[in-house]
Design a protein around this ligand. Structure first.
Ligand code: ACO
Length: 434
């Protein structure tokens, strides 16, 4: 536990029943937190917080978000600066090790990641066991979980060296797995990694090149891909990261924990939203229909939500969405795509929503997923690959958070309590009498 205790206590009074003093903890930034670890022992009461809207589940020095101000920082560096001045390998190093690398450290780290990109050849058999029309996220969950069956020398979670090898392996192999999932779905041969290429270039190469011809990638597109990876690298204790931590808290191996994180990311309320945004834009179809869909999103009796809008933490513009929007313009310009109807539609949707009282009042702004789908589509990715790309980039965040938890001496198995609402004790009724 590294948060420092501050003076002052909080009293919990429940209609004269209970009153107790609880300590408060203060981090380096952000609101103070009430330390309720002794609450049950002192009062016999639990707290109730489904969805963890008011609960800090751990202390962490990796990522800081100020949702009201629209600020995201990794290890103290703002995301906008990392996206414009840095590259994904540097951000990976920063997340994992706490500091930006110097030139020598960066070269060594990039080399080490590059030399872990190949998959065990036998894993190819595993890919072939999936149906061709399997969703690539389904393949990714399966294959990443299966890594623990192949890399026994990096599953001892109590050995820091093995933990770091597993982390490098996961970061390095994820692009290979993602590209293979794509190749399998389109019936093309798997392409092996090329150690001459950067992380983003290598991923594009394994995804889009074919043995029959040369594959050329523009530096602008490679840079855009790299930036998309940076923007998705970590986002503190979101659902998938919390899933990784919860799975890891039981002592599960890192490959199994990351597979759990991928499964959680898949849902449309989380990483699946980028796919859902494009599906939604296709459904809206034309700028003329925007108002109708805005009305649907506002209608309490209609389950439709504006995908790519709203965020549990950001009550302001998601800073990643701004960079993503800029990257979107750059990519479309580079690819010579003029008047992209999806972009026009997205911009109109954003304009109307940002002026609408419902969205203003509820502080619903575009999130990171709103523009990413348009870029990824322009780059040639099918919608089913969008969340896979998110998982690929988020892997470094997951492993950094997992390592941080494993190094925390105060780490305990995650075990929430509940408010029981089922029947009280009752006598068993034999089958003949039911
Ligand atoms: N469209 C319409 N109304 C919305 C939207 C939306 N996209 N998002 C939230 N609201 C409304 C809710 O209906 C609710 O209204 P109410 O107070 O009248 O009941 C209010 O805003 C608050 O919404 P909650 O669901 O309570 O907020 P929560 O923090 O639990 O959910 C979430 C956040 C899941 C992201 C939500 O905004 C959403 O479903 N957005 C669309 C999906 C999406 O884009 N997800 C990606 C998130 S970013 C990421 O994971 C990378």
């Amino acid at each position: 536990m590294s948060g420092s205790k501050v003076n002052g206590t909080v009293q919990i009074n429940e209609e004269g029943h209970v009153s107790t003093d609880l300590p408060m903890l203060e981090g380096s930034l952000g609101p103070k937190v009430i330390d309720i670890r002794k609450l049950y022992a002192q009062t016999g009461h639990f707290t109730y917080d489904p969805g963890f809207t008011s609960t800090a589940s751990c202390d962490s020095a990796i990522t800081y978000i100020d949702g009201d101000e629209g600020i995201l920082m990794h290890r103290g560096y703002k995301i906008e600066e990392l996206a414009s001045e840095s590259d994904f390998m540097e951000v990976c190093f920063l997340l994992l090790k706490g500091e930006l690398p110097n030139a020598e450290e960066k070269a060594k780290f990039s080399h080490d990641i590059t030399y872990h990109t190949m998959l065990h050849e036998q894993l190819i058999q595993l890919f072939r066991g999936f149906r061709r029309d399997a969703h690539p996220m389904a393949i990714m969950v399966g294959v990443v979980g299966a890594l623990s069956a192949f890399y026994h020398d990096s599953t001892d979670i109590n050995d820091p060296h093995q933990r770091m090898i597993a982390s490098y392996r996961l970061i390095a192999k994820m692009p290979t797995i993602a590209a293979m999932a794509y190749k399998y779905s389109v019936g093309q041969p798997f392409i092996y990694p090329n150690n001459e290429l950067s992380y983003a270039e290598n991923f594009m190469h394994m995804t889009f090149s074919v043995p029959a011809e040369d594959y050329k990638l523009s530096p602008t597109v490679a840079r855009a891909m790299d930036r998309i990876f940076i923007l998705h690298a970590d986002h503190e204790q979101n659902a998938s990261t919390s899933t990784v931590r919860l799975a890891g808290s039981s002592g599960a191996n890192p490959f199994a924990c990351i597979a759990a994180g991928i499964a959680c990311l898949w849902g449309p309320a989380h990483g699946g939203a980028n796919e859902a945004v494009l599906t939604m834009l296709e459904e809206i179809g034309s700028v003329d229909n925007v108002q109708e869909y805005i009305n649907k999103a506002k209608d309490k009796n209609d389950p439709f939500r504006l995908m790519g809008f709203g965020h549990r933490v950001y009550k302001n513009y998601d800073p990643r969405a701004k960079v993503m929007q800029q990257t979107c313009y750059e990519v479309l310009d580079e690819l010579g795509i003029k008047d992209e109807p999806m972009l026009k539609l997205a911009m109109e949707l954003e304009r109307i929503a940002l002026e609408d009282e419902y969205f203003v009042e509820k502080k619903l702004f575009p999130n990171v997923d709103f523009y990413s789908g348009i870029i990824l589509k322009a780059l040639g990715f099918p919608t089913s690959m969008f969340t896979v790309l998110f998982a690929l980039a988020r892997t470094v965040g997951w492993v950094a958070q997992w390592n941080e938890m494993m190094e925390d001496p105060g780490q305990k198995i995650g075990r929430p309590r509940q408010l029981y609402t089922g029947p009280a004790e009752r006598p068993f009724v034999p089958l003949v009498k039911r």
